[in-house]
Design a protein around this ligand. Structure first.
Ligand code: 5GP
Ligand code: MN
Length: 334
């Protein structure tokens, strides 16, 4: 993607406008964010499989390729790392990506004259030409379900499974407060389309490598509790990543162990990166402790209850700055 059409207007494009742009294009590239999660992959592949049934040539790009833990999702073989020599596409679609920079190489290498941006992050700056941002949707997959069903785009069991993966992972398996009655209605529709909930949930939540449990043991060894028990943190150094041969995907969800502690309002996970930066992941249990606001101050973003940022500095420096900012917010509210 080469340009940003960020506009001040918060008016969304309509589903008919988005569907007609999809129907008019032949060569379409679908991209999503670096450090992808279930909503990124599930949304990308659901839309790709639907558009392929319309006879479109669809490229599905993610800088990180398909992670092992998602290797079971239908259509996974369509997902590729971006290539520099691809001919320009007619249309680009960015899904679940709060900012253009979070598209990484996929955003840099995909060339298209027109871009659709569909997302549920409230901090999305509305880049692209046709923009649909719904911060009330718990997952981009839920927006896609509404688009596919209202615009009569193809749906089948494989597409449904991808949408289920997207929605299940971004709602913490239908548990987070962003889960609405509509989310369950859509869940029911997806099951009717052929999703095997037990099988998919086991593959998503009860099939992790031993390495991940070893990582959790290591992280809990660094756990500290701050701000009178309101804040819990743990950290991952590059030395531990090397020793345990940790993969980026092993981290997903481990922060929930901190948030689950009684009395903890904000959980934070610090991860040292090779490029002299630290990835910070935050979770909040209270709307009054808005972690997206805290992360935005450090150049990141996300949702009120789940946000992140990449911050330049050593692990120790970033920990100190961020914990101070969180403690100020939590103390202010208590
Ligand atoms: P996670 O902690 O799972 O990586 O991310 C939680 C939420 O924060 C996600 O919705 C994600 O999109 C957002 N987020 C994480 N890291 C960043 C970042 O560096 N920049 C922005 N803008 N959002 C982020
Ligand atoms: Mn999402």
């Amino acid at each position: 993607m080469s340009k940003s059409n960020a506009s001040e207007s918060a008016a969304n494009s309509t589903f008919p406008e988005i569907a007609s742009a999809l129907r008019a294009a032949q060569r379409i590239v679908i991209v999503s964010h670096v450090r992808p999660d279930g909503d990124a992959f599930g949304s990308q592949l659901a839309l790709a499989l639907s558009l392929r049934q319309l006879g479109k040539d669809v490229a599905v790009w993610n800088e990180d390729g398909l992670l092992d833990k998602y290797s079971f999702i239908p259509g996974g073989e369509l997902l590729h790392v971006p290539t520099a020599d691809a001919a320009p596409f007619d249309l680009g679609v960015a899904l679940d990506t709060a900012g253009q920079n979070r598209l990484g190489l996929a955003g840099e290498l995909a060339r298209a004259p027109k871009w659709i941006n569909i997302d549920h992050h409230p901090t999305n700056p509305r880049y692209g030409d046709l923009v649909f941002i719904d911060p009330t949707a718990p997952a981009t997959g839920q927006i896609l379900f509404e688009l596919i069903s209202s615009e009569d785009l193809p749906m089948d069991a494989k597409i449904a499974e991808n949408l289920f993966v997207a929605i299940s992972t971004d709602t913490g398996s239908f548990q987070y407060p962003n889960t609405t009655a509509r989310t369950f209605e859509i869940g029911a529709e997806l099951v009717k389309c052929g999703v095997d909930v037990g099988r998919v949930s086991q593959l998503l939540y009860e099939s992790y490598p031993l390495r991940r449990a070893e990582l959790l043991r290591e992280l809990l060894g660094t756990m500290r509790i701050e701000a009178n028990g309101n804040v819990a943190a743990f950290s991952l150094s590059l030395a531990v990543v090397e020793r345990l041969r940790v993969k980026a995907e092993d981290n997903e969800g481990l922060i929930d162990h901190l948030r689950a502690i009684e009395g903890v309002v904000v959980a934070v996970f610090f991860e040292e990166l090779i490029e002299g930066k630290v990835r910070v992941s935050m979770r909040s249990k209270s709307e009054t402790a808005d972690v997206s606001d805290i992360c935005q101050r450090f150049g990141g973003g996300g949702h009120k209850l789940a946000a992140g940022a990449r911050i330049r500095g050593s692990l120790a420096e970033v920990e100190e700055r961020v914990l101070k900012a969180i403690s100020d917010v939590v103390n202010c509210n208590s």
